[in-house]
Design a protein around this ligand. Structure first.
Ligand code: NAP
Length: 281
């Protein structure tokens, strides 16, 4: 019989909560049996998550982190700013064989190894669409992880959302695009809605129009099921909407006139700098 594997979750907020929920819901697709052990200081979010997932997997909520020494995998799901404080307690408890699955933005594998004396680490950068099993989870593995561990962690991650394996050195660059990326679409949505509302369109109608337009456009880009082998790029899809001398062209000219694309690139540079800063504890 397969050994029951224990997954500890430290911090059950937006991201770790959504990831644990997806994982537990889909775990029956794998041959192994897993148990979840949850901890948050206030207990509220851990209890809610326990309630949500206990119909899928065996789950327990803990009052302290003393259970950590028995875990096969531990998710780090709290804020990066809390890492230093949490790692002081965690270091005394964590087993050297335990695999650490960290979603902490900016905190690199070497820093985790230095603070926890553990070399089995997967660094993950998910984004909020993981709540519905979509979006992107970027993964980087420590070189000490065995092939079997990498394979298991990849399989587990693919149960939560699409996955891309990347070199760790690219994560500071990728995080502002992928981890933060959904916020830019919502920023655009917010701006389009406020434009309509400012011009006397009822708010709920404006929101519905913008939401369905952006969601439809994103689905069109993602839906590459046509029989031609070539993927349609964002540029091509944009060009399909843009007739020469038409309305779309006029609006895009306005964006280009203010060099919006360059402004986006400069702002992303600020995000890269922030990611590097977060990594300096
Ligand atoms: N939000 C995103 O789009 C995004 C994208 C990629 C990566 N991330 C990463 O995901 C992580 C969590 O972000 P979030 O937005 O999910 O935060 P969140 O919703 O605020 O959740 C944080 C959780 O951490 C718990 N916590 C606080 N102190 C703790 C401690 N000492 N030990 C264990 N747990 C503790 C909190 O517990 P209480 O409920 O008791 O306060 C809460 O459940 C961050 O490291 C972030 O960098 C976020």
């Amino acid at each position: 019989m397969n050994k029951i594997k224990k997954i500890g979750v430290l911090g059950c907020g937006n991201m770790a909560g959504a990831m644990t929920f997806n994982l537990s819901k889909n775990l029956n697709k794998l041959g192994s049996t897993y148990q979840f052990h949850l901890y948050t200081p206030s207990k509220t979010k851990a209890l809610k998550l326990c309630n949500d997932i206990s119909k899928y997997v065996e789950t327990e909520v803990h009052d302290s982190i003393s259970f950590i020494s028995e875990m096969d995998i531990v998710f780090l799901g709290f804020k990066p700013q809390q890492f230093k404080e949490v790692s002081n307690n965690l270091k005394k408890l964590i087993n050297k064989k335990t695999i650490i699955y960290s979603i902490l933005a900016g905190i690199n594998i070497q820093t985790i190894t230095d603070h926890l004396s553990n070399e089995n680490i997967v660094r993950s950068m998910p984004n909020t669409p993981i709540k519905i099993g979509k979006g992107m989870n970027l993964l980087s593995f420590s070189s000490e992880l065995s092939k079997e561990n990498v394979s298991e962690l990849t399989k587990l991650s693919k149960l939560m959302s699409p996955v891309e394996i990347v070199v760790e050195s690219s994560l500071d660059l990728l995080t502002p695009v992928s981890g933060s990326g959904p916020a830019y679409l919502f920023y655009l949505g917010e701006s389009l809605v406020s434009y309509l509302v400012k011009n006397n369109i009822e708010k709920n109608i404006a929101e519905n129009i913008v939401k369905e337009t952006l969601a439809g456009a994103a689905s069109l880009w993602a839906d590459q099921t046509d029989t031609s082998q070539t993927k349609i790029s964002a540029t091509e899809l944009k060009n399909q909407v843009t007739s020469k001398g038409g309305i779309t062209q006029e609006v895009l000219n306005g964006f280009d006139h203010k060099n919006l694309s360059e402004l986006i690139h400069q702002s992303l540079d600020l995000g890269v700098t922030k990611s590097i800063e977060l990594g300096k504890l």
